[in-house]
Ligand binder design. Sequence first.
Ligand code: NVA
Length: 309
Amino acid sequence: MTRHFLADDDLSPAEQAEVLALAAAVKESPFDHRPLAGPRTVAMIFDKPTLRTQSSFAAGIAELGGYPMLVDGTLAGIGVRESVADVARVLGRQASAVVWRTFGQDRIEQMADHAGVPVVNALTDDFHPCQLLADLLTVQEHRGSLAGQQVAFVGDGACNMGNSWLLAGATAGMHVTVAGPEGYVPDPAMVERAAAIAATTGGSVAVGHDPVAAVEGADVVVTDTWISMGKEEEAARRLEAFAPWSVTTELFGRAADDAILLHCLPAYRGKEVDAEVIDGPRSVVWDEAENRRHVQKAVLAWLLGGATP
Ligand code: NVA
């Protein structure tokens, strides 16, 4: 059966741990894992802006011995000029895997249903699972473990990053609170889905509406842009709603003394995070950005050929 990585909980707790161990191994010796040698082709499509995702996938696919084929989503007109299903059938005949950044989760699910090769979610409106693997690897490196860590995600909790933190953090046995203003926290169904996982891993999930309560004593503080890609028209409303949710030096000071700050970037200093915090000694955002490459190599190697650490 072809496996895909469309949402964080497509990996069981044991599989997530296996992929993270493989990521640590490929980081240690980048050229020892070459399942795409041939080279085999991986198609990459971006329907939204990208810097880290495109560059880390392209570099990672090359390091795996493969060829990263950039398919222009606008030229292809996916779902407009041709159905998602037909695009999937064509790409599945050309490439060993498909990496796609798009809008609706239903689009990437249709791609997976029809491609016949592994499909990897490079961000949708609902999830950003590759980012979460990078975040988890970064937490593991800086805090020594995942299970039991207390995570506070503050800001726009209703976006892909809030959902993915709930699912991936629960899978890793972490204690995750996603906090945001009223109307900007994950749906109850998503919280329930994550809680069911947490019940099996010893983790826990919660949503909140108080930034100080969420950050108090946290080991890991996470934030994200207040205006996700596709939400630009809501900018004025969002800037107003999120103003009290900035990770200022004062708010970050409520976290544990050795807490770390994560941000998937791009960052807007003076908005969701103070420059002093994101450019300060406890920010690990550059390791986090680098780790995209290592975890994505691990995901592709794992999906394509059962590579083990
Ligand atoms: N929530 C953000 C993540 C950017 C990597 C967005 O969707 O734009």
